[in-house]
Design a protein around this ligand. Structure first.
Ligand code: NAP
Length: 292
């Protein structure tokens, strides 16, 4: 069994991005600029945004953090989005999800200029992804592809089983793994909460991508020998013995499943760091106007 070390792969890609930024500056261009809008004080969102800002510093990007209280109105948020859309200094930006209940997520995502949509959530980018046109691929599926590339994992002709059909992970990765590409060329089965006989399906997986948000849901008897497991799940589970009061759990029971795997991502340190690298890469593309 080999660990798919997201931290190691992320460092490799960050070094490449940092070298590109140096070249851009040498040519007199400005450094790429990523902005993040963060609403409220959700602990997990705070952590994710802080990690994104830190990663920007590491590769020489500019970053801006724009904060709102969770009492912000939808109009105030949309006004800020329009302002950023027209701010030429900002190449790409993200609106950290989830949003407070009184704000319509779709309205916010649709208001983002697709050219600056480095999270790849706007319908224009999703549509382009489906049609295999140049686009910003959503950061988590893009990060998974980059991790597979880093480890030279062969996917052609394999059966890839994806658990979860969210717009940000399960649905896009199922499309990407099925398309004619590398990684790709898989036969894909997409499962969700209404799927029957889930275990029969997971047992057929050569590549199992799990994005449920259900800690340790996948147990050893649900996978076959030699499977490649990509665990996207990241849930804070209360643990009084930890200083923070919680620990991060994936969707896979690592202790049981890992011994049957050829490759497996750890949690944390697997898909998480790759999601951030993918966001950086999208921002670099935005700064160079490579997509639009
Ligand atoms: P989500 O929007 O909550 O979607 C969960 C999916 O799991 C849904 O499609 C749901 O099916 C399906 N599901 C739930 N219970 C199931 C069951 N018993 N059997 C089969 N399918 C089931 O989640 P998400 O946003 O994709 O996130 C999933 C996990 O990945 C979370 O832990 C999240 O924190 C993590 N995540 C990590 C990163 C990272 O960078 N590491 C990035 C994004 C997300 P229905 O559609 O039928 O309800």
């Amino acid at each position: 069994m080999e660990i798919l070390d997201g931290k190691k792969a992320a460092l490799f890609y960050k070094n490449k991005i940092a070298a590109e930024v140096i070249k851009m500056k040498e040519k007199g261009m400005k450094a790429p600029h990523l902005a993040a809008i963060l609403i409220g004080n959700n602990g997990a969102s705070e952590t994710y945004v802080a990690a994104k800002v830190k990663a920007c510093e590491e590769v020489g990007f500019h970053s801006s953090l724009i904060r709102f209280q969770d009492t912000v109105t939808e109009k105030e948020l949309l006004d800020k989005i329009h302002e950023i859309n027209n701010n030429e200094d900002i190449d790409g930006y993200i609106v950290q999800l989830p949003l407070p209940n009184h704000i319509a997520e779709n309205k916010v995502i649709n208001a983002i200029n697709p050219k600056k949509d480095v999270d790849g959530f706007h319908p224009e980018n999703t549509g382009r992804m489906v049609k295999n046109l140049p686009c910003y691929i959503a950061a988590t599926p893009f990060g998974i592809l980059k991790l597979m590339q880093y480890y030279n994992l062969e996917s052609t002709g394999k059966h890839c089983v994806v658990l979860g059909r969210s717009n940000i992970v399960g649905s896009p990765i199922s499309i990407l793994m099925a398309r004619d590409g590398n990684p790709g060329n898989c036969t894909v089965t997409l499962c969700h909460s209404k799927t029957q006989n889930l275990k029969e399906i997971t047992l057929q997986a050569d590549i199992l991508i799990v994005a449920l948000g259900k800690p340790e849901f996948i147990t050893g008897n649900m996978v076959k020998e030699g499977v490649v497991v990509i665990d996207v799940g990241l849930t804070r589970v209360v643990n009084e013995s930890k200083k923070s009061g919680f620990e991060l759990k994936g969707d896979v029971l690592f202790e049981e499943v890992s011994s049957k795997c050829s490759f497996i991502t750890p949690v944390p340190g697997g898909v998480g760091p790759m999601t951030i690298v993918a966001l950086l890469e999208n921002t670099l593309k935005a700064a160079r106007k490579e997509i639009y």
